[in-house]
Write a protein that binds this ligand. Structure first.
Ligand code: SF4
Length: 464
């Protein structure tokens, strides 16, 4: 009985769990108000990523491309960045922040994006846009290493490196949410409000769930709402809490090193235990007490879970794939619910997973066979089910793996990014006490439907 952490043993990828680094940088960019990213590469590097965002959120997002063609591979294409910046500034008079996001092709060509940013700052911006506030930020996201997760992490670091400036203390907490859904942001803001903690929620995407209003002028365009001023002010915060180690940890560490800001990285507040720790961390950082209202919410969540844990969840075997912080947080929650997360798939080649204290805790504590596969693809799951006799009661993961669930008659809860084959999942939190209730009840209801469908002990529901 052991928890084994290992690399996928095959070369190549069959059905990837993630897409590439520029996608993460694009997700970070659309979290900033008055920001429009230019992806320096072929159009497909934007087209497919925008499609994923649109599928997941059922909303539209503007992202630009420098749109390379064959000649760029031979002669380079920094001139296309110069033209693209000019076009974006002319077409979008409100834009203040333009990240230039590199791709595999432009990193291989060796286009000097940092140099072109310096040139534009000295030339075009001074000459043609002298009276306009514009911040150009180069973000290096070659797709031949990392994944959309590292791309998001690298982008956040680049934004704070470029924009954060030391000034007077602002008494706020920097809250770096990581790659979450609007429902998660709503749940986190609720916890902050109950604690009476003033926070800068960074790369704030609650408004990705945008309304259609009777007056069309008031209909919100889906876009993030973290302002340039808030990013500048991150250097003056009381402290930083980054909820996800791999999605914002670098930016939090930069602020700690550069501006001596107290910093706490993790845990992802999935489940009761991790939400408790998050609130304790807020209390430690701000001196604000945890109010009775949150103790009551916690109690309601524990009551909801108690109804389900032993009777329905105990010993259920679960496979989980997706973003590493989400997968680890879900596995911790499953363990607390007496489930057995027997297989975790982490879809990139991050070598630091071996040092993650949460993974070390799994290795020390689990009393069943559990595998954690790094650099994994979805074939690692499919092959184990079809050819190696892996028995599962439940799969947790995003929509890209749904055919494994369908083909093998294993119930599945959609969670993570992207989830486009179920309605409105972006609206439901997985974090906080509200997230614990939603996740547990979603898992239970999925198992109940499966029991009925397979006529397996569905009579239990008569007496529950
Ligand atoms: S792999 Fe390269 S070409 Fe393909 S989307 Fe990613 S950055 Fe663009």
């Amino acid at each position: 009985m052991a928890c084994e952490l290992k690399e996928k043993e095959r070369v190549g990828i069959i059905n990837p769990i993630f897409t590439c680094q520029p996608a993460g940088a694009q997700y970070a960019s659309i979290g900033i108000k008055d920001c429009l990213g230019i992806v320096h590469g072929g159009q497909g590097c934007v087209m497919f990523v925008r499609l994923l965002f649109a599928q997941h959120f059922k909303e539209n997002f503007d992202i630009a491309s420098s749109s390379l063609h064959e000649d760029a591979a031979v002669f380079g294409a920094v001139h296309r960045v110069e033209e693209a910046v000019d076009v974006v500034l002319m077409r979008y008079p409100h834009v203040k922040v333009i990240p230039i996001i590199t791709t595999c092709s432009t990193e291989v060509i060796g286009d000097d994006v940092d140099g072109v940013v310096r040139k534009l700052n000295q030339g075009l911006l001074k000459e043609k846009y002298a009276n306009r506030e514009v911040h150009l930020i180069s973000i290096h996201t070659p797709s031949f290493k990392g994944s959309q997760v590292t791309g998001y992490d690298v982008a956040l670091e680049a934004f704070v490196q470029t924009l954060a400036k030391k000034d007077q203390p602002n008494g706020k907490v920097n809250l770096i949410t990581g790659w979450v859904n609007p429902g998660d942001v709503t749940a986190l803001k609720h916890l902050l409000a109950e604690m009476k903690v003033e926070a800068t929620v960074l790369f704030e995407i609650e408004s990705f769930d945008s309304p259609i209003m009777p007056d069309s002028d008031k209909s919100a365009v889906s876009h993030g709402s973290t302002t340039v001023e808030e990013l500048i002010g991150t250097a003056n915060a009381l402290g930083t809490i980054a909820l996800n180690k791999y999605e914002g940890g670098k930016a939090a560490q930069y602020l700690a090193n550069e501006f001596d800001i107290p910093t706490i990285i993790g845990p992802t507040p999935i489940g009761i235990r991790n939400t408790d720790t998050f609130l304790q961390n807020l209390k430690k950082m701000t001196g604000k007490p945890i109010p009775e209202s949150l103790v009551r919410e916690r109690g309601i969540a524990i009551d909801a879970l108690t109804d389900l844990v032993h009777m329905f969840f105990a010993d259920k075997r679960v496979a989980i794939y997706g973003h590493p912080d989400l997968v680890i947080g879900l596995a911790e929650f499953c363990l607390d619910l007496e489930m057995k997360p027997v297989l975790l798939l982490l879809g990139d080649d991050n070598v630091t997973y071996h040092d993650d204290p949460r993974i070390k805790a799994f290795q020390e504590k689990v009393d069943f066979d559990m595998q954690i596969i790094c650099n994994s693809d979805l074939w690692e799951l499919e092959d184990r089910i079809k050819n190696q006799g892996l028995e599962l009661d439940l799969i947790l993961g995003h929509s890209k793996g749904r055919f494994i669930s369908i083909d093998n008659n294993i119930p599945m809860v959609r969670v993570g990014f992207p989830t486009y084959d179920r309605a409105g999942l972006y609206r439901h939190p997985v974090v906080g006490y509200a997230g614990a209730i939603w996740l547990a009840e979603e898992m239970a209801n999925t198992l109940f439907i499966d029991m009925e469908y397979k006529k397996n002990k569905e009579w239990i529901l008569n007496v529950w």
